[in-house]
Design a protein. Structure first.
Length: 301
């Protein structure tokens, strides 16, 4: 299920990488405290993550994108369809809002896709935007109870919606997926999905099935995609992946047997590669790249 990364952009990303490269890189530099209950007084400047569909409203400078900091969205002349309090970043409130599809950006601003903003928007704000877009999407796509068909109420004390008739709760969607770097001696396994951009290879990834442990998902996915068995499965790191709502859980594993085969429609090619002779690989936004870079560093030791 490599299509998770189907439109991964390998280049076009400014290098935040030295800051990023560590196992704890998803623990952000700024102090963000998630919350659902907004401050009573709305008199202080807040970060506003405003989405038109899945595109974020920013001031686009020559080399960086800047998020609006406002007391209220009305300052930009915008009327949101909905808004949500997200929490505080370094004690500044953060809100997200959705505006109607036909909304024009205010003067000097644009609506940009999140992937394009990686590297030009402040790193902490980028990952809050990645959180915000999922909350906006969840709100947009969870309006009615699937059992009763009546309108849901937003809960005020937790990030959830509740059916006023049957009490069924609806939380933001999150699809866990595994991503695994498989080693055989001094080589690693990379595969190419037919959805990838030309020439690009990556490590294997796939969604976790109900009833399955993460380790079982790793073994199944590798077996299904390329027909080999793995052992020594170790946790590496995790990464929220908001395209649209995955949590990527990264692992390393060791080859345990079998020959590479790829019969399914998904994989176009798969092979063992040396660290010093790699094909085109995913961009630095992704945990796939961090796994591959970790492997390269290990080989150099
Ligand atoms: Zn219901």
């Amino acid at each position: 299920m490599l299509s998770l990364y189907e439109d991964e952009v390998a280049g076009n990303v400014r290098s935040f990488y030295n800051r990023l490269f560590s196992r704890s890189d998803m623990v952000h530099k700024g102090k963000f405290i998630s919350g659902v209950v907004p401050p009573v007084e709305r008199s202080e400047c807040a970060w506003w993550f405003v989405f038109r569909e899945n595109n974020l409203l920013v001031y686009q400078g020559p080399s960086s994108a800047i998020l609006p900091s406002l007391v209220a969205l009305g300052e930009l002349g915008l009327t949101p369809l909905s808004s949500h309090y997200l929490g505080r970043l370094d004690n500044r409130p953060c809100y997200t809002a959705e505006v109607a599809e036909g909304t024009n950006p205010p003067a000097g601003m644009t609506f940009e896709g999140l992937r394009r903003l990686y590297g030009s928007l402040d790193e902490d704000l980028f990952w809050i935007a990645a959180r915000a877009v999922q909350i906006v999407d969840w709100d947009r796509t969870h309006r009615f109870c699937g059992r009763c068909g009546i309108a849901l109420n937003m809960k005020t004390t937790e990030r959830a919606k509740e059916c006023p008739q049957c009490g069924l709760l609806y939380f933001p969607r999150l699809a866990p997926a595994i991503i695994v770097l498989v080693q055989r001696g001094d080589q690693l396994l990379l595969a190419r999905s037919r959805h990838f951009m030309e020439g690009m290879y990556s490590v294997l990834a796939g969604f976790v099935e109900p009833g399955e442990s993460l380790e079982e998902a790793v073994m199944r996915e590798v077996r299904e995609e390329v027909g080999i068995e793995v052992k020594d499965i170790h946790y590496f790191a995790s990464q929220p992946w908001p395209f649209p709502h995955s949590l990527m859980v990264g692992f390393t594993a060791t080859y345990a047997g079998g020959e590479i085969t790829f019969n399914d429609d998904e994989i176009e090619n798969a092979s063992w590669f040396d660290a010093d002779n790699l094909p085109r690989i995913p961009g630095k936004i992704s945990i796939a790249r961090r796994l591959i870079d970790w492997f390269i560093e290990e080989q150099g030791k």
